[in-house]
Design a protein around this ligand. Sequence first.
Ligand SMILES: Nc1ncnc2c1ncn2[C@@H]1O[C@H](COP(=O)(O)OP(=O)(O)OP(=O)(O)O)[C@@H](O)[C@H]1O
Ligand SMILES: [Mg+2]
Length: 254
Amino acid sequence: MKTVVVKCGGSVLKELSDSFFSSMKSLIADGYQIVFVHGGGPEINAMLEKMNVESEFKNGLRVTSKKVLEAAELVLSGSMNRKLVRMLEDHDIPAIGVQSSDQGILQADFINKEELGFVGDVTTVNKQALELFLQAGLLPVLTPIAKGPNGTVLNVNADHAAGAAAYALAADHLLMVTDVPGVLKDGELIPTLTATETNELIETGIISGGMIPKVNTALKALKSCGHVHIVSGKNPFYEDGKWDGTLFNKEETN
Ligand SMILES: Nc1ncnc2c1ncn2[C@@H]1O[C@H](COP(=O)(O)OP(=O)(O)OP(=O)(O)O)[C@@H](O)[C@H]1O
Ligand SMILES: [Mg+2]
């Protein structure tokens, strides 16, 4: 069966349109099995503000102290995951929320403890556990919180988590759903990008902030995953085998 890993941005989770879910259903009707990973950026920021803790990012990654980690886990597992599962079920897509640190569904190691704190990069995915859900006809919805070394729990950028899941599942498509129609330049959608073109856009500052881990994940995923797309969750993104947004292409070799 063909697999799509969908990363749903916290940026757009509350604004997912009915047409987005129609596209999801078209994918299912076309024989794709789907695994979701979600983020929670804006809600985590709001929670930290309430706690009088400043949000700090380095290259689009959230610097994560113990306090920030607790807030992130509360928001991701307690609120965002619940919302997304309910929205899927409201659209008749059977889903199940999965706390990714359980059963080492996602296992991670520190990226740079001094600079970023409790931020991890996924090292192992418990593929068997995910396949059990899929075999039962359930769409697993994963939080980007991973089991770390020595009893720790690590915050993983949700784009990175989705990339790791796509790699582990040998997914045919990695779809990153966000609050913009794809990678933009001067407000215009860029329909296709290669690694060279993407790196130029990062160097010139056209790609910045949260788009950086997203495109870096896209380029990494291209090595194992047939198709990588960034699309908006506010619109339909798929119909009759046609995908909207920015598609990442492997570099042409002469
Ligand atoms: N060239 C660009 N094209 C499009 N968006 C860009 C670009 N450069 C930076 N961005 C920003 O990247 C944002 C998307 O990344 P962001 O991390 O904020 O959202 P997300 O990953 O969907 O959500 P979350 O991080 O909560 O999972 C856009 O809203 C936009 O502000
Ligand atoms: Mg993001």
